[in-house]
Write a protein that binds this ligand. Sequence first.
Ligand SMILES: NC(=O)c1ccc[n+]([C@@H]2O[C@H](COP(=O)([O-])OP(=O)(O)OC[C@H]3O[C@@H](n4cnc5c(N)ncnc54)[C@H](OP(=O)(O)O)[C@@H]3O)[C@@H](O)[C@H]2O)c1
Length: 469
Amino acid sequence: MRILLTGATGYIGRRLGQRLVEEELQLRLFVRDPRKVQESIRPRVEIAHGSTFDTDSLRKAMGGVDVAYYLIHSMGAGEDFEKLDRISAHNFLEACIQAGVKRIVYLGGLGQEDATSRHLQSRMEVGEILSSRKEKIETIWFRASVIIGSGSASFEIIRNLVQKLPIMTPPRWVRTLTQPIAVDDVLDYLVAAKDRKVEGNLIVDIGSEIMTFQDMLKRTAEIMGLSRIVIPIPVLTPVLSSYWLGLITPVPMRVASKLIEGLKSETCVQNDNAKMYFPQIKPVSYETAVRRALKEIEEDQILSRWCDSSAGEVCDTLHEDIAKAVFVERRESDLVDMTPDEAYRRIVGLGGKKGWLRFTVLWRIWGAVDTLLGGYGLSRGRRDPNELRIGDSVDFWKVADLVEGKRLLLVSQIEFPGTAWLDFTIEDDKVIQTSYFYPNGVLGRVHWFLTHLLHMLVLDSLAKAIVES
Ligand SMILES: NC(=O)c1ccc[n+]([C@@H]2O[C@H](COP(=O)([O-])OP(=O)(O)OC[C@H]3O[C@@H](n4cnc5c(N)ncnc54)[C@H](OP(=O)(O)O)[C@@H]3O)[C@@H](O)[C@H]2O)c1
């Protein structure tokens, strides 16, 4: 069996790729940036480079495929996301039909037909598009609500709220019923779907216990051994609550608002197909899901995170050209008491809990300002304290390039009018740290001049600290 996996660099897709390589099959990953594929599976997969908006690349990727997984969305692409998702799903379906693919497996969101959330409606529309040609191709469409796993956005919100706030006063939506599911169970269903014999299309709602977000907060606190008081108050609007979540948790306002929108109406399983067609899968309890997620976090075994995708229509690790930068500053530091490899390890260990070596307070202020402006700030941290891969988030940066022992290029995701890069290169016995800034219009230039002295101070000291023993 040949499988095509899309979304293989995203939260679910990365984990599914890891599971599918264990099976006796040929696995082809369809990715926008092949450099993002994790090393652990690279030798065992074929990689097809493309985008669902590029029909040629889709056509080439589909050759000889039996089952194609659709784990894609365009929610980070701004206001037009529904339109983009529609086009993307149509392109995918057509390419599957032309190539004679036998089955599409799709994971979308769980919700009622009249759900007010645009994001959920769009996920449903995608499912309908993918299922619309049943005379030509069958589709198994899974629908899940809150997914509990290390690095999932919902779990990061729950964990951070519970950890940071002894008294929580969440708004009313925390009492809406939902049906969370452990990420491993989601993967079990997705893996099983490729072999399950069905006649035509199938919609499979998946979930474990029915509970509210408030129950999840309380149960997580108990599991973490924390005593927490939850008093829901009616005054917080969804906008205010997403702003609040953006301040307290690593998940920024724009992502939090989509999750909240989704939880305003019930998101519970509406059919029995999971039990009927996949009786061998018994979803674990909420408690087990949380314990597993916490264990992975404690052991630095987070395989994927909610912020792994580059979001937008195009890959944000690539779309701005560093050569366009207007302001460039180069700092060279000699390696005296340190080998090039030690310097490289120190560079790829920057950020997250270890911080940025000097001027911690200034970095924190920088992060806080970014968070207040709706950005990621520093709270996003990093996936793993020592290991990095292209596409990983490091506080308010993303890894745009990584060459073992030689180079780390970070691109900023800071809320300011422009794009900044921080490039570390190791050449012979030197570390060369270069900062690049591309201002967006006049505002970008004003920003640069107003903050330049501060940046100089912080980046000069960082360059020196990296080579100090
Ligand atoms: N995560 C959850 O908690 C959750 C809950 C319920 C349902 N789901 C469903 O699960 C599915 C996957 O979600 P996710 O959380 O894994 O998403 P994600 O982490 O945001 O990843 C999205 C993936 O899609 C890729 N992609 C986006 N646009 C593309 C395009 N035009 N062409 C090719 N690849 C493209 C991204 O590639 P880049 O790396 O290049 O950006 C990334 O690999 C979605 O349908 C979602 O509705 C997820």
